[in-house]
Design a protein around this ligand. Structure first.
Ligand SMILES: *[C@@H]1O[C@H](CO)[C@@H](O)[C@H](O)[C@H]1NC(C)=O
Ligand SMILES: *[C@@H]1O[C@H](CO)[C@@H](O)[C@H](O)[C@H]1NC(C)=O
Ligand SMILES: *[C@@H]1O[C@H](CO)[C@@H](O)[C@H](O)[C@H]1NC(C)=O
Ligand SMILES: *[C@@H]1O[C@H](CO)[C@@H](O)[C@H](O)[C@H]1NC(C)=O
Ligand SMILES: *[C@@H]1O[C@H](CO)[C@@H](O)[C@H](O)[C@H]1NC(C)=O
Ligand SMILES: *[C@@H]1O[C@H](CO)[C@@H](O)[C@H](O)[C@H]1NC(C)=O
Ligand SMILES: *[C@@H]1O[C@H](CO)[C@@H](O)[C@H](O)[C@H]1NC(C)=O
Ligand SMILES: *[C@@H]1O[C@H](CO)[C@@H](O)[C@H](O)[C@H]1NC(C)=O
Ligand SMILES: *[C@@H]1O[C@H](CO)[C@@H](O)[C@H](O)[C@H]1NC(C)=O
Ligand SMILES: *[C@@H]1O[C@H](CO)[C@@H](O)[C@H](O)[C@H]1NC(C)=O
Ligand SMILES: *[C@@H]1O[C@H](CO)[C@@H](O)[C@H](O)[C@H]1NC(C)=O
Length: 825
């Protein structure tokens, strides 16, 4: 998901030259990996392998902030310019402050959260001379000093003030280091957030307690501007009495001369400013005795300032910065240990990419349980903020979670079902606690059905009621929402025509009339998700209905369209059946018009969302065998895939591309998928700040890369996993809920194969696979129930003989039209 900035972003990227993390960060990681490689069997500290700055350049939108796994807070600095996650590596941007609320990897160009910034400052002219407004207080950073690790973030400003942060779930500690002999001042912001969405709020200073409380209403970063959410902060300034306040007061300001301060005043009550931008305001305070270090404790709540203060008291109390950082690192170590690789046998870059990806795959969504608001205020369910968006995460993020973390997965599934209970439909996108924009329809269907297909035996014990889950699915599939931009699908017309027609009269629902081609393809796969649960629960009639509906992808297939000599492409279509021609290269990286609207814009006439017809025409993950027929058979299909990659139509930076490199498996050419995945990984991913090809999309990219490195690829809403060639000789996946561990051993693994082009004569292709000593039925796929769910040993033997390995030697990955998915496990 890229919001409205798409495609041409990659041409702007300054490829890592301006990357800011301290060079010591990479040295430290490399040393830790080298040490673990030599340490013969002792369990490594995996937090040392994580580079939190991967994806902070090149529009990766990753938040490198201090956080715990699924933390509600992520402390980082807010930069000027395009910086949706607050921080960006680009050293030409200015810093406006350090703040507790952020999302990671969301592509909203507006930016998300960034509320309650605090900016340390030196004001030689005293209180009234202090720079408080955004423009005046912003500063550059000291070059190559930014640092971070799981649970820790730091940045030093160009005036030598160092800012550090560490976090719990809903609170954090900030530590500021000032140059010798200066009086520390701080600006605390009430009204600014990254999307500039302040809609009114209050700030109060209690000088006796040394406490500032803030609360306000703010707007969504990726949803209708008319909705507001509330957020609260509690800043404790005295470090348990070790620090003394000197001056304190409030300020307001703008860029045109308003720069007013009230020394000694303690209250601000600002309402929504109806003309012009946000009305800038906040607190300003200083400390006595020129302390070199200032410690500030921050609590956050989505319910009240009281609860924000309580959260800080309960989660931090009087613990030291080091204690809190250590606790955070322990929580991260537990998450990162779920996949353990043979560090000694794996290339250091792969180790770093893998653990940094696993880190990000547990950074979001944000666990706001106990902090829900609005319709969800009294919910008894777990509550997660920032499901941002399901269209991004259903493909790889949740399937990865299902390999090792069913408890976390079940909590998030429950939050989706609760969304249906309270809102009427499952959330497609929840941004800032508010309904966000729909992208492909109701991708939550593929998320909850993936859970059901893989954990139905455990569902009840995990707190998920499958009947309710099914009701939620059926509602998404059957009930037309009045407004489907935020509520899901344009159900009625889709049911009536078998596709989402272009320019159709729809008298029962509103929504932006775009993306008819891709919405049809996505709805069809969502229907497959519903079908799978219907099959699981024995709902015979629904199985038929939804099996049929899942074949709707065929209804937007225009066999007459030709591009580069290949025939048959998905196209949008009028309600009278006539196709609306669009050049299939439109919205691909090779688009003749790089400014074409390809996202949610009303003038996206292309019919596809954030990708081209060239790419979307591969999209029927549940029935690729039939696509092969439509495209003219296996040979043409393979030629067409090769052409797609060679011509540069593949768009690595967006999710519809995720499943294309493994497409060869379906035409019985698994060795060619292996080559393609190597190429895709080394062309698009590395350990630099620019090391992901686009927006991380709440770790959709990170989990895709993880699957690639492990030599697996998941089919959502099924328990099937495709087998590829791992980038590591050995790894173990632990599932601590099921109490099972599964070790994958790769025989004949050759480090030389781990590069963009596998050198001839290098073992890299899957010769055979055994599962707990028994030969697998196919070299192309196996089932979760036989492998990671059961535990034990999987052996993958590689060969250099690519031709011999380029055959599944058994069943192809399943497709509906060839009798696949006929039963669930
Ligand atoms: C990392 O990948 C980015 C994006 O593809 C590329 O621009 C950069 O040069 C790569 N950096 C390294 C160190 O390979
Ligand atoms: C490493 O451990 C293995 C097995 O435990 C042992 O055989 C080997 O001697 C050890 N190597 C070193 C360098 O300690
Ligand atoms: C950013 O970094 C580059 C490369 O080190 C340097 O040339 C440039 O002066 C820096 N820009 C700023 C604004 O500090
Ligand atoms: C305040 O901001 C102005 C304009 O950016 C700058 O010239 C001035 O040096 C700043 N003062 C302090 C005390 O930082
Ligand atoms: C803030 O102002 C609003 C509108 O004037 C008023 O209703 C509200 O009571 C005030 N709240 C506080 C805490 O002062
Ligand atoms: C979310 O927070 C709740 C309340 O602290 C906790 O019980 C639950 O384990 C957390 N879940 C995750 C996935 O972090
Ligand atoms: C599904 O489609 C088949 C073939 O077109 C048709 O015979 C059957 O009646 C359909 N089933 C349902 C439930 O729509
Ligand atoms: C279908 O509708 C479109 C748009 O009104 C029109 O251009 C086209 O000719 C129609 N096709 C048929 C077969 O009537
Ligand atoms: C493609 O190849 C597979 C396996 O060799 C075969 O079963 C299938 O029928 C072929 N598909 C087509 C459309 O020819
Ligand atoms: C896993 O082990 C724990 C601790 O021994 C136990 O409480 C739990 O019931 C086990 N889970 C399963 C699914 O067997
Ligand atoms: C697995 O592949 C290896 C290498 O090609 C071969 O030596 C071995 O016989 C195969 N094993 C089975 C069970 O097919």
């Amino acid at each position: 998901m890229h919001g409205t900035r798409v495609l041409f972003l990659s041409f702007l990227s300054a490829v890592g030259i301006l990357a800011q993390p301290s060079p010591d960060l990479q040295k430290r990681i490399s040393a830790a990996i080298a040490q673990a490689a030599n340490s013969n069997g002792t369990k490594p500290d995996y937090t040392l392998f994580v580079n939190t700055f991967i994806g902070t350049d090149n529009y990766g939108d990753v938040c490198p902030g201090a956080s715990i796994p699924f933390g509600m807070v992520k402390f980082t600095t807010d930069m000027t310019g395009y910086a949706p996650a607050g921080y960006v590596a680009d050293n030409t941007t200015f810093i406006r402050g350090l703040s507790p609320l952020h999302d990671s990897g969301t592509g909203s160009s507006l930016g998300t959260y960034g509320n309650f910034e605090i900016m340390p400052s030196i004001c030689p002219g005293g209180f009234n001379s202090c720079n408080t407004t955004l423009l005046n207080r912003q500063r550059l950073r000291k070059l190559y000093n930014d640092d971070g690790s799981p649970g820790y973030f730091s940045l030093t400003l160009d005036n030598e003030i160092k800012m550090e942060a560490t976090a719990t779930r809903r609170a954090g500690l900030e530590r500021f280091n000032f140059p010798d002999g200066v009086k520390p001042y701080f600006v605390l912001d009430l009204a600014n957030d990254l999307p500039a969405s302040f809609a009114g709020g209050q700030l109060d200073i209690d000088p006796r307690k040394g406490r500032v409380t803030i609360g306000g209403k703010y707007g969504s970063s990726f949803g209708p501007g008319r909705y507001n959410y509330q957020a609260f902060a509690c800043y404790d300034l005295l470090d348990g009495g070790k620090q003394q306040l000197d001056e304190y007061g409030v300020w307001t300001g703008d860029n045109y001369g308003l720069d007013a301060k009230g020394l000694g005043q303690t209250h601000l009550n600002m309402s929504l400013n109806l003309i012009g931008g946000i009305y800038q305001s906040g607190a300003l305070f200083s400390y006595k005795n020129n302390p070199k270090t200032v410690n500030i404790r921050v609590g956050i709540s989505f319910r009240s300032t009281d609860q924000a203060c309580q959260n800080a008291e309960q989660e931090i109390g009087s613990a030291s910065f080091e204690d809190i950082e250590k606790r955070a690192k322990q929580l991260w170590q537990e998450k990162l240990s779920k996949i353990e690789v043979d560090v000694a046998g794996t290339s250091p870059d792969v180790v770093e990419m893998l653990y940094s990806s696993l880190y990000r795959a547990a950074l979001t969504p944000n666990n706001a349980t106990g902090e829900s608001q609005g319709l969800f205020e009294h919910t008894r369910s777990p509550y997660f903020d920032s499901l941002y968006c399901s269209w991004d995460t259903f493909r790889t993020f949740f399937p990865l979670m299902s390999l090792h973390s069913p408890v976390e997965f079940s909590e998030i599934v429950e939050t989706y079902i609760d969304g249906w209970r309270k809102n009427g439909w499952m959330p497609e996108c929840r941004a800032n606690n508010l309904p966000g924009w729909t992208q492909g329809g109701s991708s939550a269907d593929n998320i909850v059905s993936h859970f059901a297909l893989n954990y139905h035996n455990e569902a009840r014990r995990l707190g998920v009621d499958l009947d309710e889950l099914y009701d939620a699915l059926k509602t998404d599939g059957e009930q037309n929402p009045p407004e489907w931009n935020t509520q899901g699908r344009q159900v009625n017309v889709y049911k009536r025509y078998g596709y989402v027609p272009f320019a159709v009269l729809d008298v029962s629902s509103t929504g932006r009339q775009t993306r008819e081609g891709s919405r049809t393809l996505e709805y069809a796969f969502e229907d497959f998700g519903i079908r799978q649960v219907a099959l699981l629960l024995g709902k015979g009639h629904d199985v038929d209905t939804y099996t049929n509906r899942s074949l709707s992808y065929r209804n937007v297939w225009d066999p007459s369209v030709e591009s580069d000599g290949f025939k048959g492409f998905s196209q949008k279509r009028y309600s009278n059946g006539t196709f609306f021609y669009n050049d299939p290269t439109h919205c691909s990286p090779k688009d003749s018009d790089p400014d074409r609207a390809c996202s949610l814009q009303g003038n996206n006439l292309n019919g596809f969302y954030e990708s081209s017809s060239w790419e979307y025409s591969w999209y029927a993950p549940h029935d690729t065998a039939y696509l092969i027929k439509l495209m003219g058979g296996n040979e043409t299909f393979v030629k067409r895939l090769d052409h797609f990659f060679e011509k540069g139509y593949y768009l690595a930076e967006n999710e519809p591309s995720f499943q294309t490199p493994i497409g060869y498996h379906y035409a019985n050419h698994p060795a060619q998928s292996v080559d393609r995945v190597r190429e895709v990984v080394f062309k698009n991913f590395n350990v630099s700040a620019a090391g992901i090809p686009g927006n991380d999309d709440q770790a959709a990219m990170a989990s895709l890369l993880t699957f690639h490195l492990l030599g697996l690829y998941p089919v959502p809403s099924t328990s099937q996993l495709l087998i590829l060639s791992p980038f590591t000789p050995k790894y173990t996946i632990h599932n601590s809920y099921l109490n099972v561990s599964t070790t994958v051993t790769v025989k004949n693994f050759d480090l030389k194969s781990v590069q963009k082009v596998i050198p001839e004569g290098t073992a890299a292709y899957v010769a055979n696979v055994t599962i707990n000593g028994k030969a697998a039925a196919s070299r192309c796929h196996f089932d979760f129930y036989d492998t990671f769910k059961k535990g034990g040993n999987i052996e993958i033997t590689l060969t250099a003989d690519k031709a011999a390995a380029d055959d599944c030697l058994g069943a192809l990955p399943e497709s509906l039209s060839t009798g696949g998915f006929s039963k669930t496990r």
